[in-house]
Design a protein around this ligand. Structure first.
Ligand code: ADE
Length: 243
């Protein structure tokens, strides 16, 4: 069984309490598919004031995360074990669906969440972490970014999603957005669910869904089509959209 252990190093462990204890992440932990441990960075700051940040050399705005508590904590958390250390920073590689799928098979991941004006550069030099961003904007800290990444990665840990919730058909898997979905009733407020979805013809349903996914991607995210894997039928559908 693929068990993933996640350790989170943060000054604000309470920020994680809600998101990790609801829904899929809660169920995954209860079933033993995912283990998540929170660590208070301040516990590894051994000076009298338990300082985890300090003023920058050379002057300037903001405080810088001190190296010693981070190194001590990572050493204590991993011991002799191997693990992928991830540093959350707007300077990192932008997280996407492909990275979520790449991280899911790992057995140990340590997230380092920073606050204030960034990390002392020796944290990067010494730990050689994978630096990750969740987008081109600045958050108050890495905590929300870590939660986003953990949520997206957990969906790819085998067994976390039930059979009802297939990850394979989601938007961004296979490089396309998902097309429209319908459920009962057949007609609501004069709007009727497409006949083909109610036909029982599985091949026709699959083709319709594929065409709708192509259409939606073409309308909303044409940039994604350049990377998507397309066959001749897909290209015909797209050519017709362009006419
Ligand atoms: N910390 C602050 N902003 C961030 C971002 N966009 N992604 C990851 N970590 C961050």
């Amino acid at each position: 069984m693929n068990l993933m252990r996640i350790d989170i190093l943060t000054l604000f462990p309470a920020m994680f309490f809600g998101p990790l204890q609801e829904s899929l992440l809660k169920r995954a932990q209860q079933r033993g598919l995912l283990e998540i441990y929170l660590h208070q960075l301040r516990d590894y700051a051994w000076d009298r004031h338990q300082m985890t940040d300090d003023i920058p050399y050379g002057g300037g705005e903001g405080m810088v995360m001190k190296p010693e508590p981070v190194f001590r904590a990572v050493k204590a958390i991993l011991g002799k074990d191997e693990g992928q250390v991830i540093l959350l920073t707007p300077q990192g590689r932008t997280f996407d669906q492909q990275m979520a799928q790449e991280l899911a098979p790992l057995s140990r991941v340590v997230f380092i969440c920073g606050h204030y004006g960034g990390f002392d550069e020796r944290i990067r030099e010494g730990l050689q972490p994978l630096e990750m961003s969740i987008g081109d904007y600045v958050l108050t800290g890495g905590e929300l970014a870590a939660m986003v990444i953990i949520d997206a990665v957990a969906r790819w840990v085998p067994g976390v999603l039930g059979t009802q919730e297939s990850a394979e058909l989601d938007s961004h898997v296979g490089g396309l957005l998902e097309g429209p979905a319908y459920t009962r009733p057949v007609t609501y407020a004069g709007m009727t669910a497409p006949e083909v979805l109610r036909s029982g013809n599985h091949a026709a349903i699959a083709r319709w869904r594929r065409d709708q996914a192509l259409r939606r991607t073409w309308q909303r995210r044409p940039d994604l089509l350049e990377q998507a894997t397309l066959d001749d039928k897909d290209r015909k559908t797209l050519a017709e959209l362009g006419d």
